[in-house]
Structure formats: structure tokens, C-alpha cells
Design a protein around this ligand. Structure first.
Ligand code: AMP
Length: 214
């Protein structure tokens, strides 16, 4: 199976798609999750994350390079959250080529903006297992109010899951990330999967086809 890069606006479903691919044997690297973990002991980083701004390219590329150097090549991986800019995409290509990990597909998850807003505002996350819920979308609430179904941990709201921060992250996506879609399209490694429906069965089926193609 191909390595996967997700290109998607905030709350498009990268996490859910990644969970699905993990059931197919994928290893998942989320730059957002890695940075949030680091931010627990780094106030500067915590401030950048809650403002919705991007971390600088060198920091993020060094981070992902060290993660991939330790990755077992036999296992397909997902990069979730990187690249966010065209510059990052080009540098990431160099890293992946040098590590012999360039058998990949860039999956553009396409979702309408109104749907993204509902997902962001209602999103709640388990701080322990990172499972995601939604308190305003039917069928995505936890079984017991405010608690993770699996860990029973109290759910939390990400500090950047508010409208103001969403708008900023969405604009950053339109301005910086969208050109990357064209970049991968020109290279012939782009696939589009739309994820507007609450029932994600057909999106998962499409995704499975995309990652299995040779
Ligand atoms: P995410 O969970 O992917 O929405 O990322 C949360 C935050 O982490 C972003 O708003 C950025 O501040 C930071 N971040 C994650 N990935 C990157 C990246 N590739 N480049 C720069 N900043 C990033």
C-alpha cells in the first residue's frame, strides 16, 4: 500500500480517515498531535498553537525527518498535517526521496466550509487516546456526556477549536495549502476524496481504493 499524505482544511476528517487506515495496517504521524505533546512543556509553542499560526518550516521538517528516520519501511505510513506550505512540500519530497519512502499518494479531503464549522465547534477529544467526538452532530456524541467511551477520561476541547481560530486556520489553508494540491496534481500523485456526508462508509471505500492502487 502507498504512503499517504493528507491535504485537508481543519476538521475535514484527517483523524477519522487516519483511524480507518490504521485498521488496514498504517502507522499514523500527526504533526499537530506531536506538537501538542511538545507544547505541554514549551510555553512559546503552546502560544503559537492556540493562536492558530503555523510553526516555522525548519522546526517542523526536522521533526518529521527524525520521526521518519526511525520508521520501519515495511509499514505504510500516513503524514497528517504536513506539508502545510508549498515550501514544506518541496523539502518533504527531498527528505522522502533520500529515505526511499516516496511511494505515496496525496489525498485531498474535500469538505464544504459550513460543514467544517459544525465539526470544529462541536469537536471534543479524549486527552488520553485522542479519539474524537462531536457534541452537535448526531451519532458522534460520546455515550456518556463528557466522557470518552473507551477510556472514560473527561473529554476536552482543543484550544484552537473555536470560530476565530478556525477562520485563521482556514485562511492559512486556502492561501498556503491549496497550492500544494496543484503541486501534487502536476506530479500525478493527487487523489480527491470528498467527505461531506455524516455517514463516511463510501468515503472510506474510496480511500481504500486510492491507497491500494499501483
Ligand atoms: P493540526 O492538528 O494539524 O490542525 O495542527 C495544529 C497546529 O499545529 C497548527 O495550527 C499549527 O500551529 C501546528 N502545525 C501542525 N502541522 C504543521 C506544519 N506542517 N507546519 C506548521 N505548523 C504546523
Amino acid at each position: 500500500m502507498k504512503n499517504v499524505i493528507f491535504l485537508a482544511p481543519p476538521a475535514a476528517g484527517k483523524g477519522t480517515f487516519s483511524d480507518y487506515l490504521k485498521t488496514l495496517g498504517y502507522c499514523h504521524y500527526s504533526t499537530g498531535d506531536i506538537l501538542r505533546e511538545k507544547a505541554k512543556s514549551d510555553t512559546n509553542l503552546a502560544n503559537i498553537l492556540s493562536s492558530g499560526s503555523l510553526v516555522d518550516d525548519d522546526t517542523i521538517l526536522n521533526l518529521i525527518e527524525s520521526v521518519l528516520k526511525n520508521h520501519d519501511k515495511k509499514i505504510p505510513f500516513i503524514l497528517d498535517g504536513i506539508p502545510r506550505t508549498l515550501q514544506q512540500a518541496k523539502k518533504l519530497d527531498i527528505i522522502l526521496n533520500s529515505l526511499g519512502m516516496n511511494h505515496l499518494v496525496a489525498v485531498h479531503i474535500d469538505v464544504e466550509k459550513d460543514i467544517l464549522i459544525d465539526r470544529v465547534v462541536g469537536r471534543r477529544i479524549c486527552p488520553k487516546c485522542h479519539r474524537s467526538y462531536n457534541v452537535i452532530l448526531d451519532g458522534f456524541e460520546p455515550k456518556e456526556e463528557g466522557l470518552c467511551d473507551d477510556c472514560k477520561e473527561p473529554l476536552v476541547q482543543r484550544s484552537d477549536d473555536n470560530l476565530e481560530s478556525f477562520e485563521k486556520r482556514y485562511q492559512a489553508y486556502i492561501e498556503s495549502t491549496y497550492p500544494i494540491v496543484s503541486y501534487y496534481k502536476e506530479k500525478g500523485s493527487l487523489k480527491v476524496v470528498s467527505n461531506n456526508e455524516l455517514d463516511q462508509t463510501s468515503a472510506f471505500e474510496k480511500l481504500r481504493g486510492v491507497v491500494s492502487e499501483y
